[in-house]
Ligand binder design. Structure first.
Ligand code: ADP
Ligand code: GLC
Length: 501
């Protein structure tokens, strides 16, 4: 079965957050299970290509509209990658970063079309074209309406975060050779917000034209159908609910393993966890108080105000607090910089604002508790990584956090499943209560605390089960014929419009 993933990230060479990790972990596991798996991503200027193997130019020149491109091929460990070098004059992938440019929509629209040009040139049948998030969602309508020669049995779109949708103008589609105004209707790519009737929504295109939609946790698959969590697309998602499934992410077992982690001064397993964690604490000079921390992008989704409130709450309870946060938005960064000044010199508070892979591994090992107070969390990987490192999660009950963390005091959950602390409301009080329970257990009941460490470390958060669920989905979708009526109607109309009839 040939599966082609298309995405903006792939860890560790192009990682901004969980998306890149999913691409690595999922494609590695699918490959191990014997599937023919490839991933296509942009050849960003900042890629550390010393990390990849067998890098070679695969197609030296191919056109996307009037622009030249090249496709590179390489391996990252087991995973087969294709890196698209866009020689577009706007230097789309020469910006030193993955996202955060004014023309992000144009960059990824171009990437989407160039990927399809390459696949058409290859002319090899594809069982599943697997798309991830808004960046490449436009591939779905383009495959069905424009690239008729492409032999794609089925298109699957994984929704990692429905809040990000790639909203843009009709002109952005025109630029890429599509007839933008054709797509500007409620049943195609027109944004669902009544105040944005002339806005194109790329994610919506992916939702409508894909054969199956995967939300990254079962709870998130339900949440996105509601106005609170659907990012304005809940109406469309409710109409499409029969093709939505929830598959909980895993974590890449090789990248996140305290027994082999090269970033740790002393690696450890279940039996040696206390010693290994203690050693990490000594190296980082973190003391012996209960240590609560968070490792996160600092964006509204992650509950930044709760991450801030947690500092005083922790101090009052006699603990220490660490935040490793990366803020993509200047305003929030400035706010947290002020906070850093306020706590300068306080040995119980450490605030680090950068993206630091090595330090993140060390903190997962050093912490007693990982706090994840997200307003919404499609899946969340940090709570699973924490448990693998023997760190007990304290989370808000939403999305994948709700599916992976079960409260120690929740009598409705079987005792062997309970692995952390959960709070429901997005309030300081609700979080405070959970943190207080956690610290109390740490101080007064070390035996139970240690059994939580053990339980977390022994849980299976690997990609084995999720990959098996994806394979089941691939099989069920690629065995079916594409819905010929829907596709042909749209294709005919589009072809007529494209040729000006
Ligand atoms: P999201 O993708 O929404 O940011 P996830 O929990 O799925 O959330 O994944 C976050 C990933 O990014 C984890 O691997 C986490 O360790 C990593 N991460 C987040 N912030 C930082 C940071 N400041 N430094 C290093 N790694 C970080
Ligand atoms: C998104 C979500 C996060 C999820 C990740 C990987 O970044 O915010 O919850 O874990 O994608 O699916």
């Amino acid at each position: 079965m040939r599966i082609v993933h298309v995405a903006a990230e792939f860890a560790p060479i192009a990682k901004a957050g969980g998306l890149g990790e999913v691409l690595l972990g999922l494609t590695r596991e699918l490959t191990k299970k014997g599937l023919d798996v490839e991933t296509i991503l942009p050849k960003y200027d900042f890629l550390d290509l010393s990390k990849v193997q067998n890098l070679s130019i695969e197609v030296p020149h191919f056109k996307c509209l009037e622009h030249q491109n090249a496709m590179w091929s390489c391996k990252y460990e087991e995973c087969q990658l294709h890196l698209l070098e866009a020689r577009h004059p706007a230097g789309y992938f020469h910006r030193g970063k993955i996202y955060g440019c004014e023309d992000d929509a144009a960059r990824f629209i171009y990437f989407s079309r160039a990927v399809l040009e390459y696949l058409a040139l290859q002319n090899k049948p594809i069982d599943v074209l697997h798309l991830h998030d808004w960046h490449v969602a436009l591939c779905a309508p383009m495959v069905r309406n424009l690239f008729h020669s492409l032999k794609v049995k089925s298109i699957i779109l994984t929704i990692h975060n429905v809040e990000y949708q790639g909203k843009c103008a009709v002109a952005d589609l025109n630029q890429i050779g599509l007839n933008g105004s054709f797509y500007l209707t409620p049943n195609l790519l027109q944004d669902d917000h009544p105040k944005h009737p002339s806005t194109i929504n790329l994610l919506k295109g992916g939702l409508i034209f894909s054969d199956a939609l995967v939300a990254v946790s079962p709870t998130y698959a339900q949440e996105i159908l509601t106005p609170e969590y659907g990012g304005g697309l809940d109406g469309t998602l409710r109409k499409l609910r029969s093709k939505i499934v929830g598959i909980l992410n895993g974590i890449d077992e090789k990248s996140w393993d305290p027994e082999t982690d090269p970033f740790l001064p002393k690696t450890y397993g279940v039996e040696s966890a206390l010693k290994g964690k203690q050693r990490m604490r000594e190296v980082l000079k973190l003391g012996k108080r209960p240590l609560i921390g968070a490792i996160t992008r600092l964006v509204a989704q992650k509950g930044p105000e709760l991450l801030e409130e947690a500092i005083e709450i922790t101090l009052k309870l006699g603990g220490s607090y660490i935040l490793l946060g990366s803020a993509p938005h200047a305003k929030l960064q400035q706010h947290f910089d002020q906070l850093k000044k306020k706590y300068q010199g306080n040995p119980q508070v450490l605030l680090e604002f950068e993206y630091h892979e090595a330090l993140s591994h060390q903190l997962y090992a050093a912490l007693d508790f990982l706090l994840v107070p997200s307003h919404y969390e499609p899946c969340g990987l940090t709570q699973m990584i924490a448990m693998r490192y023997g760190t007990v999660p304290i989370v808000r009950a939403t999305g994948g956090l709700q599916d992976t963390v079960f409260d120690v005091d929740d009598a409705s959950t079987i005792a062997q499943k309970r692995n952390g602390f959960v709070f429901r409301d997005k309030t300081k009080e609700s979080m405070q209560h959970a943190i207080a329970r956690a610290v109390r257990l740490f101080v007064s009941d070390p035996a139970t605390f240690q059994s939580l460490i053990r339980r977390g470390m022994q849980s299976d958060f690997s990609w084995k089960r999720p990959a098996a669920e994806y394979i089941k989905l691939y099989r069920s979708k690629s065995a079916l014929d594409i819905n010929p009526i829907r596709i042909n109607v749209i294709a005919d109309r589009d072809q007529r419009i494209q040729s000006g009839q």
